[in-house]
Design a protein around this ligand. Structure first.
Ligand code: SF4
Length: 82
């Protein structure tokens, strides 16, 4: 999963770009639900939120390290339950 750090300026640019609906407005800053984030695996070559964030405050979450295969597994599970 990716994570949003507190440099976030709440610009709302990333939320509509997430193909998994994993991003939402949190209490202070925008947040990513690790259960829904596939780092855009299955959808795009690059994480779209990272691409659009104007302050580069989104990166890989050290608490939720996943490889390509496990991210793709999550993608398949999410698609199957939609
Ligand atoms: Fe925050 Fe970046 Fe998302 Fe804007 S694009 S809401 S600064 S994480």
């Amino acid at each position: 999963s990716l994570i949003i750090y507190d440099e976030c300026i709440n610009c709302d640019v990333c939320e509509p770009e997430c193909p998994n609906g994993a991003i939402s407005q949190g209490e202070d800053i925008y947040v990513i639900d690790p259960a829904l984030c596939t780092e855009c695996v299955g959808h795009y070559d690059l994480p779209q939120c990272v691409e659009v964030c104007p302050v580069d405050c989104i990166t890989k979450d050290p608490q939720h390290v996943e490889n390509q295969a496990s991210l793709y597994e999550k993608y398949l599970t999410l698609v199957a339950t939609q």
